[in-house]
Design a protein around this ligand. Structure first.
Ligand SMILES: [Zn+2]
Length: 226
């Protein structure tokens, strides 16, 4: 298959976007990566994003997005415990985050004449986040293209995959070495806490896929199952 020209990957430094970064390397001639600093509790992920991009020689930029900290009201930007609630969104949901990040990514890509955006959102294991749904992304693609008079395509290679399938895709696209330097833990600690919802989702994915998490292998940590 002929490679498409260039893509911008929205890259947090986490497991899903690291997999997407390698997926993009397989599908595009040139890629750039863009991260967002919104003073997230797990800001450590930005260092991981820099490390991974440097190792792959991918141009990488970080945009400041302090608005979300000013807005507050969630456990990723406020100092409050992470909660998974019954019958409502977890308090790690940051309203508007993906909508604004993708819009900002489109504006950034516009500057470079890039027409393809890649994001690791997924509606299968999506913690209930409504801005990870396929319908949301498709609607946003239309809105961005109308609003910027562009022809952006937003690629979501993980949209229909569960976490185990995402791990299998990571193997296929050669992302395992980079995943050893990725960050997932919502608590923003290293080694990962092993018990927050993000750590558990990651752990279950690797375990269901029957593959050892290269991050845990690297740090030699034995994160206990819960
Ligand atoms: Zn954790």
């Amino acid at each position: 298959m002929a490679l498409l020209d260039s893509a911008l990957v929205v890259f947090s430094g986490g497991q899903d976007s690291t997999t997407c970064l390698h997926w993009a390397l397989k599908n595009f001639k040139q890629i750039r990566a863009l991260s967002f600093d919104y003073n997230q509790r797990h800001k450590l992920e930005l260092d991981c994003a820099r490390t991974i991009c440097q190792s792959l020689n991918i141009p990488h930029a970080v945009l400041e997005f302090s608005l979300f900290q000013k807005l507050g009201g969630n456990a990723l930007t406020d100092d409050r415990p992470i909660e998974n609630r019954q019958n409502s969104l977890p308090n790690t949901f940051v309203p508007g985050r993906n909508l604004m990040f993708l819009t900002a990514a489109a504006a950034y890509a516009y500057k470079y004449g890039i027409n393809h955006l890649v994001t690791g959102v997924c509606e299968t294991d999506y913690s209930g986040y409504p801005d990870c749904r396929d319908d949301t992304i498709k609607a946003l693609q239309v809105a961005i293209n109308l609003g910027m008079d562009t022809r952006f395509v937003i690629h979501t290679p993980l949209m229909r995959l569960n976490k185990a399938q995402t791990v299998q895709l990571a193997v296929e696209v050669g992302a395992m070495d980079s995943l050893a330097f990725s960050h997932t833990c919502y608590e923003g600690v290293f080694p990962p806490c092993g018990v927050c919802p993000a750590c558990i989702l990651r752990k279950n994915g690797f375990s269901e896929a029957g593959i050892e998490d290269p991050l845990l292998k690297r740090i030699g940590a034995d994160v206990k199952p819960t």
